[in-house]
Design a protein around this ligand. Structure first.
Ligand code: AQP
Length: 344
């Protein structure tokens, strides 16, 4: 069956958003609005898989919603909401917990990375089960397109495995209910562009991440222009000049990262950036990158500040979005409950 195209994506309110979240996800949410109906969710239930202070969670939830809108997402034409308001996410996640296998979950790289060198037994059960909640987020809306960064690719593959197993395990029941045998779509990730994996500014082998202990490793969407310029100036690089072709970035992760960031911020390609800067040193490139980053990020930061000054208006558009999301979610769950055999 051909599913109606629909976009879903989410970001955890687990800290302040950084350039990786922006270039890998939020910036790419905006143009998709021209082509498809979109749901952009603040996944607060994912955030609590690690401890969050309740006040900080409330603040970060509004801040992520504000970032979506400040970057150009339209909460009236599309849907912006926080996950916990649509309880069907949790309901479908439980069913998927019973479809997914322990072996699938324990092979997830993110789980392995987050527990590496730590006592995995002390982590929350929610952190282990996180990918099955993510599959529920997507499949509740039968989303066909999910714009995410590279790091989420494996979770998207797992989402397809869960959809496939659900469609197979419940095949007879799905047909008995007169529904299409391909009940859940096999959703494709949308991972494209020059900055699908933005790396730490301190270490080109590590992803830029909210949980990196070094503040200098990431540019925050809320950073002042001065802080942005300083972080770029101090970014780790090698002593070579920039190459004239992309081929020359091989084996130079820090250079590759900064060129990718420039390309993504300027809506060009790494090739274009190297045509302009090939042969030049960091003394020329870093200030140009800092100016570009400030020019692109400052308007977003200032709009976020304006929206955050009126939290009630953010809560209002999230409540409205949740109401519209619930309608789609409930239609899916009505079928799912019958398929599984729950008596109502
Ligand atoms: N460094 C990155 N480069 C490109 N995309 C990235 N994303 C995250 N980091 C990068 C994308 O941002 C979206 C939301 O991510 P999330 O907040 O839900 O989860 P995350 O991947 O766990 O984010 P962090 O910042 O790395 O948090 P911690 O430190 O807690 O692990 C996703 O689309 C993600 O791909």
């Amino acid at each position: 069956m051909a599913f109606t195209p629909r976009v879903f994506s989410g970001i955890q309110p687990s800290g302040t958003l950084h350039l990786g979240n922006y270039l890998g996800a939020i910036k790419r949410f905006v143009p998709l609005q021209q082509q498809y109906p979109c749901l952009y969710c603040v996944v607060d239930m994912h955030a609590i898989t690690v401890w969050q202070e309740p006040d900080a969670l409330r603040h970060a939830t509004r801040e992520v919603a504000a970032a979506y809108v400040a970057a150009g997402v339209d909460p009236k034409a599309h849907i912006v909401y926080n996950q916990s308001r649509v309880i069907q996410h949790a309901e479908l996640a439980w069913i998927f917990n019973c479809v997914a296998r322990m072996g699938w979950m324990s092979r997830m790289t993110q789980w392995k990375d987050k527990t590496a060198g730590k006592n995995a037994e002390a982590e929350s059960l929610g952190l282990f089960a996180y990918p099955s909640l993510m599959a529920a987020d997507i499949l509740l809306y039968k989303a066909t397109h999910v714009p995410v960064g590279e790091d989420q690719k494996q979770h998207l593959e797992l989402t397809r495995d869960i959809a496939q197993k659900f469609n197979n395990d419940f095949g007879p029941s799905i047909r008995e209910q007169g529904l299409d045998p391909e009940f859940f779509p096999l959703t494709e990730p949308v991972i494209a562009g020059p900055a699908t994996r933005v790396m730490s500014l301190r270490d080109g082998s590590k992803k830029m991440s909210k949980s990196d202990p070094s503040d200098q490793s990431r540019i925050l969407l809320t950073d002042e222009p001065d802080a942005i310029a300083k972080k770029i100036k101090r970014a780790t690089t090698d002593p070579e000049a920039l190459p004239s072709e992309v081929e020359g970035l091989k084996g130079r992760p820090e250079a590759d990262n900064l060129v990718g960031i420039y390309a993504a911020l300027s809506d060009t390609t790494k090739d274009d950036v190297l045509k302009q800067f090939g042969g030049q040193g960091w003394g020329a490139f870093k200030p140009a990158l800092a100016d570009l980053a400030v020019a692109k990020l400052e308007p977003i930061a200032s709009e976020m500040r304006r929206l955050m000054a009126d939290p009630a208006s953010i809560d209002a558009f999230m409540a409205d979005g949740a109401e519209r999301a619930s309608e789609i979610a409930e239609a899916t769950m009505k079928d799912v409950r019958r398929i599984v055999g729950f008596v109502r």
